[in-house]
Design a protein around this ligand. Sequence first.
Ligand SMILES: *[C@@H]1O[C@H](CO)[C@@H](O)[C@H](O)[C@H]1NC(C)=O
Ligand SMILES: *[C@@H]1O[C@H](CO)[C@@H](O)[C@H](O)[C@H]1NC(C)=O
Ligand SMILES: *[C@@H]1O[C@H](CO)[C@@H](O)[C@H](O)[C@H]1NC(C)=O
Ligand SMILES: *[C@@H]1O[C@H](CO)[C@@H](O)[C@H](O)[C@H]1NC(C)=O
Ligand SMILES: *[C@@H]1O[C@H](CO)[C@@H](O)[C@H](O)[C@H]1NC(C)=O
Ligand SMILES: *[C@@H]1O[C@H](CO)[C@@H](O)[C@H](O)[C@H]1NC(C)=O
Ligand SMILES: *[C@@H]1O[C@H](CO)[C@@H](O)[C@H](O)[C@H]1NC(C)=O
Ligand SMILES: *[C@@H]1O[C@H](CO)[C@@H](O)[C@H](O)[C@H]1NC(C)=O
Ligand SMILES: *[C@@H]1O[C@H](CO)[C@@H](O)[C@H](O)[C@H]1NC(C)=O
Ligand SMILES: *[C@@H]1O[C@H](CO)[C@@H](O)[C@H](O)[C@H]1NC(C)=O
Ligand SMILES: *[C@@H]1O[C@H](CO)[C@@H](O)[C@H](O)[C@H]1NC(C)=O
Length: 460
Amino acid sequence: MRITSLLQTSFLCLLSASITFAQVQQSLSLNSLSTFSGSSISNPATFGLPASSSLTVSVAICSSQATSGRFFLTNGSDVFEIQLNTGFGSWTGSAANNASLLVEGVGQSTFEVAVSDNGTVHEILDVLPLFGDSTANQAILFSPPFAFETTPEPTYPNYSLPLANSSLPDAPPSPTFDLVIAPLSAQLTSLPQTGCSLANVSSTGTVELNNTWLRGSGDWRSQWFVDGLSPDTNYTAYVIQDEVKVSGPIYFVTKSSSFPCPLVYSLPYCPSTAYAVPLPPPQSPALAYDAASLPTNISDPLLQYMTNFTTMLLTFGCGRDLYSPLQTCSDCQREYRSWLCDVSFPRCSEPSFTSSESSGSNAQAPLSALQPQPSGATPRNPFFPVVNYTYTSLLPCLEVCHAVDRACPYFLGISCPVPQFNADASYGVGFIDSGESGVVGHGTTGAAQDRWGNLWCNGN
Ligand SMILES: *[C@@H]1O[C@H](CO)[C@@H](O)[C@H](O)[C@H]1NC(C)=O
Ligand SMILES: *[C@@H]1O[C@H](CO)[C@@H](O)[C@H](O)[C@H]1NC(C)=O
Ligand SMILES: *[C@@H]1O[C@H](CO)[C@@H](O)[C@H](O)[C@H]1NC(C)=O
Ligand SMILES: *[C@@H]1O[C@H](CO)[C@@H](O)[C@H](O)[C@H]1NC(C)=O
Ligand SMILES: *[C@@H]1O[C@H](CO)[C@@H](O)[C@H](O)[C@H]1NC(C)=O
Ligand SMILES: *[C@@H]1O[C@H](CO)[C@@H](O)[C@H](O)[C@H]1NC(C)=O
Ligand SMILES: *[C@@H]1O[C@H](CO)[C@@H](O)[C@H](O)[C@H]1NC(C)=O
Ligand SMILES: *[C@@H]1O[C@H](CO)[C@@H](O)[C@H](O)[C@H]1NC(C)=O
Ligand SMILES: *[C@@H]1O[C@H](CO)[C@@H](O)[C@H](O)[C@H]1NC(C)=O
Ligand SMILES: *[C@@H]1O[C@H](CO)[C@@H](O)[C@H](O)[C@H]1NC(C)=O
Ligand SMILES: *[C@@H]1O[C@H](CO)[C@@H](O)[C@H](O)[C@H]1NC(C)=O
């Protein structure tokens, strides 16, 4: 913001005095990130800036005590104040070689200054982390996507589709991601929303595994499996990229201490499956099921269904004959996989606890697609064992079925139940799309889950 108001005159005087007379404490070079402690610089302090036709100077406050600090910049001809919003601010414009930054009133606190000719360094990302699922004391979380997998569309006559059990391609280079988790009581949202401030929070839980994962939608993300959380607790989570870009907050709740279902994740053949399933506890030392520990009497039939479906699909002249102006056989296979995984792995959930924070505002919230499953009942997937506990399942979103219906050739005979005839016995209906079949959009929640920790139906 350019300073014009008369009220700013005193600052302008201070600024021009410092710029003209005060010695530049230090020159900041182009494409650098510097950390300063208020106790080791003068007040005010002046920093020289490099000349550039497209200079970006961004500032991040590292602790709440410094939020009264002010940052002024002269590009050689005009004076600007870098306005801080939640501890973060930036300026972009052209600057002459006598440009400088004046810092005033930060007290003893630490702050960062980044100088760049290629856009902002400090940033609050629009894209949020993704919550997989939780148990009483574990959770699976994902960073925002950092790359997209693009596989070229196969062509006729050599139209081939991925095998049912194909392994993940090599991961592209990943930024550095850090995960920060704390209960609501830590009030992370009242801290400066900057990487250096949030990274200094002592995060709750133990990261048991962190790797790079390709989800079914084609997005590469960092994945974390966290243990050591408390039951029935609403947690706040952030992901910090390369120490300077902040994604979040999102919220998620852990299940009650009696929640019986373990998590399953990291299955290459069901790449978006990362949630609690009705299985016996995994054999120690495993904390959850993955491709190595999942019983083959569950994975084998699933892979067979996938293989058989692909064989049948390829009897169509894929890549030569069109069955839709928009969809191809590879779209069909991808949507079928996603549906098959969602219905093959029943998902355990439970009614969300009514916390004092949410009971007021959430009074009108729609009820999730939950269905009680008595102990000893025949599982929906006959290849699953009968478990000796009672649980509640979260039904797949009906849209997961509609996506297969839309993407696949008619001759495969895919048909989804219609809402008028009991679709809600096996699917969550009306959350993403409206209840009338085939009407896209206008559902009650518009999504399978939200950033506040609500889960409506199973589907991504
Ligand atoms: C991080 O937190 C510790 C106290 O927990 C504090 O002494 C330190 O100054 C903080 N660091 C920054 C960069 O704010
Ligand atoms: C900074 O430099 C520009 C051109 O290089 C000049 O026009 C301007 O007067 C200088 N400003 C100050 C405050 O010296
Ligand atoms: C300083 O910024 C103003 C506003 O963007 C611009 O008009 C002016 O040319 C810049 N001055 C220099 C020396 O680049
Ligand atoms: C500038 O930023 C863009 C995107 O933010 C990035 O792709 C590019 O590599 C950067 N260029 C340099 C020279 O760092
Ligand atoms: C068909 O495509 C696959 C992979 O896309 C390739 O490995 C194979 O060599 C191709 N076969 C022919 C006959 O072009
Ligand atoms: C899938 O393929 C991998 C090797 O690529 C193999 O180790 C694994 O056993 C296979 N999984 C199943 C369920 O067949
Ligand atoms: C994730 O793993 C990388 C190395 O594999 C490590 O540098 C990083 O600190 C880990 N992150 C967390 C949150 O544990
Ligand atoms: C349920 O079965 C598990 C083994 O799968 C066993 O450890 C547990 O004691 C059983 N619980 C009850 C209540 O029977
Ligand atoms: C898949 O096809 C094979 C061979 O046609 C058949 O034996 C098998 O039962 C089929 N599996 C499923 C799950 O449909
Ligand atoms: C699958 O195998 C496990 C042992 O590996 C067994 O306990 C379970 O009963 C089997 N499930 C079914 C449905 O056959
Ligand atoms: C978790 O806490 C946030 C912030 O108070 C709230 O908005 C959200 O509704 C809570 N989530 C649940 C599932 O209770």
